[in-house]
Design a protein around this ligand. Structure first.
Ligand code: NCD
Length: 372
C-alpha cells in the first residue's frame, strides 16, 4: 500500500503530521477527533452500520431459510496489523484485533515495554520505523501524551491512536458517539439538542477529552459536568465546547448533573495518572441506583468507557444499576468492533462495495445469544 505523504502535510517542525482541519481518510493516521467534521463522521458511522452484521454475527440468524451460519468477510486478506500496546488494555486491544481479524486480516502484537526493544532504550522513532515496515497499519497505545503522534511521524503506514496518556482516545470517542446516537435514536431523540451529564475524573480521562471535543461537530448540546475536587476538566477542553456554541454547566454534585439529562457518561478515577494521595472525599460509589433515583434519572442512558473499577469504595459506577433499561455499557463494547472495522476500512481505502463482494456465509455457528 502507499505510505501517507507525511512530508507534504506536516506543518514545519511539528510532530503532528496534519495541518489544522485535515480530515481522516484513506492513507491517513488517526490521532485526534479533530480530524472529523460532521460529513466525515456520518461516512464512518454509515460504514460501521454496513459492517455491523460481520462484527456482530447477525446475518443468517433472523431468517434461516434465506441464510444459515455466519457472515464472514475477507476484504483485508493478506493485510497485517501491528498492534503495539505499552499500557494495560483489554477491550481496546482485543476489539481492534478482532475488527482486523473479522475483515480477514492478520494480527501481530506486542504488549508492555518489557517484551519490546524499548526496554533496551530504543526510541519511539526507531521502533515505529521498524515495525511499520512489517505492517500495513499500526494501532498504538502509549502512556505519554503526544507519543502516538511521534510514532506516526516516523511510520511508513497509517497509525491509529489507541490512547496516548491523558491526551486522546479517538476510536473510543467514535464508538461512544455511535452508541449514543443509537441509544437516543431508539428513544426518538438525537445527539443534536440533547443534554448529557459527564461525570467522574474529567482531568485525566482521555476518553472524556476526546468525547467532548468530538461533540463539537453536533449542534446545540447541553453538557453538565461534575468532577470531584482536583479532577476537574482542563480549561482547554471546556473552551472547545463553548466555542462550538454548546451550553456548559459545571455542577456541585453528581445529582445536580444528572437531573434532566438524557444520558450520563461516567469514568473511572485514573489512579495511575494521579501523583500523590487521592483526596479522601473520593470514595463510595460515584453513581448507583440511589443517586439515580434522587436525580429522578432511573431511565437515563448510562455510558462508561470501561473498565469500571469494581473494588470497594473505588468511586465508580455501581453494578446495582446493571438491570436498568438505559444501561448501554456493553452496547458500547459491542459497537467498538464495527466502528474499529470502519476505521481500518477507511484508512486502507476499502469501499462498502469491496466489503460486499468479499463477504460470504459460512456454515459454522458459535453464537449463543445476542442479548441487546
Ligand atoms: C479507557 C482508557 O484506557 O482510556 N478504557 C478504554 O480504552 N475503554 C478508560 C479507562 O481506563 O478508564
Amino acid at each position: 500500500m502507499t505510505a501517507p505523504d507525511l512530508d507534504q502535510s506536516r506543518p514545519n517542525g511539528s510532530l503532528h503530521p496534519y495541518g489544522e482541519g485535515e480530515l481522516f481518510g484513506k492513507g491517513k493516521h488517526l490521532l485526534s477527533v479533530s480530524q472529523f467534521d460532521r460529513p466525515t463522521l456520518v461516512d464512518l458511522f454509515t460504514l460501521a452500520d454496513t459492517v455491523a452484521p460481520i462484527a456482530q454475527r447477525q446475518l443468517g440468524r433472523g431468517d434461516r431459510q434465506l441464510a444459515t451460519g455466519q457472515t464472514v468477510c475477507s476484504v483485508l486478506d493478506g493485510a497485517v496489523l501491528g498492534s503495539l500496546f505499552f499500557e494495560p488494555s483489554t477491550r481496546t486491544r482485543l476489539s481492534f484485533e478482532s475488527a482486523f481479524l473479522r475483515l480477514g486480516g492478520e494480527v501481530t502484537t506486542t504488549t508492555g515495554f518489557t517484551f519490546s526493544s524499548m526496554a533496551k532504550g530504543e526510541s519511539i522513532e526507531d521502533t515505529s520505523r521498524v515495525v511499520s515496515g512489517y505492517s500495513d497499519v499500526l494501532v498504538v497505545r502509549h502512556p505519554d501524551e503526544g507519543s502516538v503522534a511521534q510514532f506516526a511521524a516516523a511510520s511508513v503506514v497509517p497509525v491509529i491512536n489507541a490512547g496516548d496518556g491523558a491526551g486522546e482516545h479517538p476510536s473510543q470517542a467514535l464508538l461512544d458517539l455511535y452508541t449514543l446516537e443509537k441509544e437516543l435514536g431508539q428513544r426518538g431523540g438525537t445527539v443534536d439538542g440533547s443534554t448529557i451529564a459527564v461525570v467522574g475524573d474529567l482531568r485525566h480521562g482521555r476518553t472524556v477529552h476526546s468525547l467532548l471535543k468530538l461533540l463539537t461537530v453536533y449542534r446545540d448540546v447541553s453538557v453538565r459536568l461534575f468532577a470531584p475536587e482536583s479532577l476537574e476538566l482542563p480549561d482547554e477542553t471546556a473552551r472547545h465546547l463553548t466555542s462550538a456554541g454548546h451550553r456548559l454547566t459545571v455542577c456541585d454534585t453528581v445529582v445536580e448533573a444528572l437531573r434532566g439529562a438524557d444520558a450520563v457518561y461516567t469514568t473511572r478515577v485514573q489512579r495511575e495518572r494521579i501523583t500523590g494521595e487521592v483526596p479522601a472525599s473520593i470514595q463510595g460509589n460515584l453513581i448507583d441506583r440511589s443517586v439515580l433515583a434522587e436525580a429522578d434519572a432511573l431511565d437515563i442512558v448510562i455510558m462508561h468507557p470501561l473498565p469500571r473499577d469494581s473494588r470497594h469504595d473505588a468511586y465508580d459506577l455501581s453494578s446495582d444499576v446493571d438491570d436498568l433499561p438505559g444501561l448501554a455499557i456493553f452496547h458500547q463494547t459491542d459497537n467498538g468492533v464495527n466502528v474499529r472495522m470502519a476505521i481500518f476500512l477507511t484508512a486502507l481505502g476499502c469501499s462498502p462495495e469491496m466489503v460486499r463482494v468479499t463477504t460470504k456465509q459460512r456454515p459454522w455457528d458459535a453464537t449463543l445469544h445476542w442479548n441487546r
